[in-house]
Design a protein around this ligand. Structure first.
Ligand code: ADP
Ligand code: ADP
Length: 225
């Protein structure tokens, strides 16, 4: 059975149909990118999958089980969203260490992994800071680091590579590829960067006005001129 399945899922905000009734299946280990203009429903689809907002109608299945609104981490989901907060009272390093501590990993190994991932997201000096002392973009890199160190089986990422310089972008892309190829994570990734979508995805879901307009491999996608 598919890793993730949406059956006629919809969501409106007042008169705005953020997501029209939509069905979608994602296979285990697949890298699916949601691509489309601002306001086309990408984030809404991701937040519904994460269980962070309730569906108006339809069903979401994860690993063959009907999903309920339990917190994402309890359903094997890692999320990297702008608005999904870090723990405000924990330092950056402790935020990243948290999921590893929950799994009772050895202290020395936790410290090693936290140092390593802080290098990758280019925040090696900020481990002792609190989240509120960081910019929004830096906080999102910490959220990415927290997700990457514990490598959950399903990862949902909302524009994790937006507005980064080239070197950092390449490094984080490399880390995302590692999660996908080496660790076999199922990844749903949101971007509005066509090139990024083409280079990273197994399939691309092209969204427009709250609907899936096309769902195809990068090589088979048709772009309107
Ligand atoms: P995208 O991620 O593709 O930019 P969104 O899913 O964020 O699109 O938004 C889809 C539509 O739903 C937009 O018209 C947006 O304004 C609206 N929308 C999204 N979230 C909310 C919200 N919390 N309250 C009201 N409208 C929302
Ligand atoms: P509870 O005390 O409700 O059983 P936990 O001890 O598992 O929950 O986690 C406490 C809080 O920490 C939860 O509300 C959850 O939002 C958050 N949390 C735990 N682990 C993670 C994680 N890996 N990623 C994001 N948030 C997490």
């Amino acid at each position: 059975s598919p890793k993730l399945r949406l059956v006629e899922v919809s969501k409106s905000y007042g008169p705005v149909q953020a997501l029209r009734p939509t069905s979608l299946e994602v296979e285990e280990g697949e890298f699916l990118t949601l691509l489309g203009p601002s306001g086309s429903g990408k984030s809404t689809l991701l937040q519904l999958l994460a269980g962070l907002v309730a569906v108006d109608s339809g069903q979401i299945w994860i690993d063959g089980a009907l999903s309920t609104r339990t917190p994402p981490h309890k359903r094997g989901l890692g999320v990297v969203f702008q608005n999904y907060a870090l723990f405000p009272h924990l330092t950056v390093a402790d935020n990243i260490a948290f999921p590893l501590e929950m799994r009772r990993m050895e202290r020395a190994e936790i410290d090693r992994r936290v140092r390593e991932i802080l290098e990758i997201v280019q925040l090696p000096q900020l481990g002792d800071r609190l989240p509120r002392e960081l910019s929004g973009g830096q906080q999102q890199r910490v959220a990415f680091a927290r997700c990457a160190v514990y490598a959950p089986p399903i990862i949902l990422m909302d524009e994790p590579l937006g507005a980064l310089d080239k070197q950092l972008r390449d490094q984080m892309q490399g880390e995302i590829r590692r999660l996908h190829r080496e660790l076999g994570a199922t990844i749903i990734f949101v971007t509005h960067d066509q090139e990024e979508a083409m280079s990273m995805s197994d399939r691309i879901c092209l969204m427009r006005d709250g609907s899936i307009e096309q769902l195809a491999k990068p090589s088979e996608l048709y772009f309107r001129p």
